[in-house]
Design a protein around this ligand. Structure first.
Ligand code: NAD
Length: 483
């Protein structure tokens, strides 16, 4: 790797052009696996946001003048271009976010393509209704795009979660400004170039990189933004909701989680523990729906702890570019500090550290897959989102106890239930506070199913037809038939 001045400079993408930031400043983007600089990325500010909003407002008319079927064909071409460039995009995502290349190729990129193809199909199916009200009037509804959207994206799945916002917004005729997380800007910039190549007109899809507290804040405060779609932490989400009140922007918030995975004694323990391990260690635990609380019935508790620890030890942690790597680094030094801090908290709270607990090596932000046993429900490691490879295994006595513990955090995003009793799995699935419940499986998402939570996990849903409602406004039209 060369010096910082050798690194490729990534400018903003506004109105179809790569433009340098008004500030003239760039941040150095680093590879979390090696801590080496990989790129220089424009540090946008409020002036750049203003330019992007102006471009996006002007492009609304252009984008909506295109026939719905043609918009769908453009988005399908965009999906095809992602597919044609999947190796490159997976490589960028893996480098920037520290994801194992196998995960980027198997999960992130295909999910982004699927999302885009799915919403391409929606473009010409966004219908209104004729609603008969009275004999002397024709009354009907149309769905109009909400307007200019700010999409604020986290660093854990920059491409996939970005596309959960980009694809439905474009399908509904909105224009948008994407603000990727400061540490993972590369895939959004590349994808926006592909959108242009596919025929998305300039100004429809803009990318402004930079700090959340500067670019994100300016987007949320801007009167020219009609909707903010945000995925990230509860604390930033709260600020966004308050900021968006200035001009009553529409807001959807996908925030954190502390999901519980409930293992009953009649579960298939092999499958349950395999899924529980990937549920908490996948993407180095940096997953909003990570099953970070594993609730095991007292009859199988010791067995679950032992098997989980064995699985944790067997995970191959290391270089994300290697196909056999199962777990990469955490995203940043700051995130590593937070995770190691929580491991100390767990020890001090009296939980038993069964395996892991330490940084690996001195270069790259690697932390061992960690399992705590004898975790009490009230402990901070059981209540707070760690966002790292740390499992808390909690003992429960019966179904009611399991439900009480599972529902006993401020979050409400996802949960898992493992049991062979068909009555029990449905009973428990209904009783759990969660936007998604997995029964005898864990961790799947699909663009056709609603995704989101309640409480500290935010509100609103992404995916499916719900997202079409998020990005459109219904309008009622009355026509007098005899005037
Ligand atoms: P974060 O809240 O720190 O950042 C998210 C985005 O917000 C980034 O682009 C950041 O630059 C921006 N931002 C920061 N400050 C801002 C401000 N003042 N105004 C506007 N934007 C601002 O979150 P993160 O650390 O990137 O992601 C981790 C969090 O995201 C975790 O809590 C995780 O659970 C959550 N998450 C939730 C889901 C879900 O679907 N519910 C999915 C993935 C991640």
């Amino acid at each position: 790797m060369g010096t910082e001045s050798d690194l490729r400079r990534h400018d903003l993408l506004i109105d179809g052009e790569r433009v340098p930031p008004g500030s003239g400043e760039y941040s150095v983007d680093i590879d979390p696996a090696t801590e080496q600089p990989i790129a220089q990325v424009a540090r946008g500010d409020a002036t750049d946001v203003d330019a992007a909003v102006r471009a996006a407002r002007a492009a609304l008319t252009v984008w909506n003048r295109i026939r719905a079927g043609e918009r769908g064909r453009i988005l399908m071409r965009f999906a095809d271009l992602l597919r044609a460039n999947e190796q490159q995009i997976a490589g960028l995502e893996s480098l920037d976010a520290g994801k194992p290349i196998s995960s980027a190729l198997r999960q992130d990129v295909p999910a982004a393509i699927d999302t885009l193809a799915y919403y391409a199909g929606w473009c010409d199916k966004i219908n209104g209704q004729v609603v008969p009200v009275r004999p002397d009037a024709l009354t009907y509804t149309v769905r109009e795009p909400v307007g200019v959207v700010a999409a604020i994206v986290p660093w854990n799945f920059p491409l996939m979660i970005g596309m959960w916002k980009i694809a439905p917004a474009l399908a509904c005729g909105c224009t948008l400004i994407v603000k990727p997380a400061e540490v993972t800007p590369l895939s959004a910039l590349r994808v926006a170039e592909l959108a242009l190549e596919a025929g998305v007109p300039p100004g429809v899809f803009n990318v402004v990189t930079g700090k959340g507290s500067v670019v994100g804040d300016a987007l949320v405060a801007h009167p020219g933004i009609d909707k903010v779609t945000f995925t990230g932490s509860p604390s930033v989400g709260r600020g966004i909701l308050q900021g968006a009140a200035s001009n009553f922007k529409r807001v959807t918030l996908e925030l954190g989680g502390k999901s519980a995975n409930l293992i009953f004694p009649d579960a298939n323990l092999d499958s349950a523990v395999r899924a529980a391990a990937s549920g908490v260690f996948f993407n180095t635990g940096q997953v909003c729906s990570a099953g970070s609380r594993i609730l095991a019935h007292r009859d199988v508790y010791d067995d679950v702890v032992e098997r989980l620890a064995a699985r944790a030890k067997s995970i191959k942690v290391g270089d994300p570019t290697q196909r056999e790597t199962g777990m990469g680094p955490l995203i940043s030094a700051a995130q590593m500090k937070t995770v190691l801090g929580y491991i100390d908290i767990g020890r001090n709270e009296g939980a038993s550290l069964v395996t892991g607990g330490a940084r690996i090596g001195e270069r790259g932000f690697f932390v061992e897959p960690t399992v705590f046993a004898n975790v009490a429900h009230e402990m901070r490691i059981s209540q707070e989102e760690i966002f790292g490879p740390v499992a808390s295994v909690i003992r429960f006595d019966d179904e009611a106890d399991a439900i009480r513990i599972a529902n006993g955090t401020p979050y409400s995003l996802a949960a898992g239930v493992w049991s062979a009793d068909i009555g029990r799995v449905h009973r428990v699935a209904h009783a759990l506070k969660a936007g998604t419940v997995w029964i005898n499986t864990y961790g799947y998402t699909d663009v056709r199913l609603p995704w989101g939570g309640a409480g500290d996990s935010g509100f609103g849903r992404e995916h499916g037809d719900v997202a079409i409602e998020n990005f459109t406004e219904p309008k009622a039209i009355w026509l007098a038939l005899d005037h």
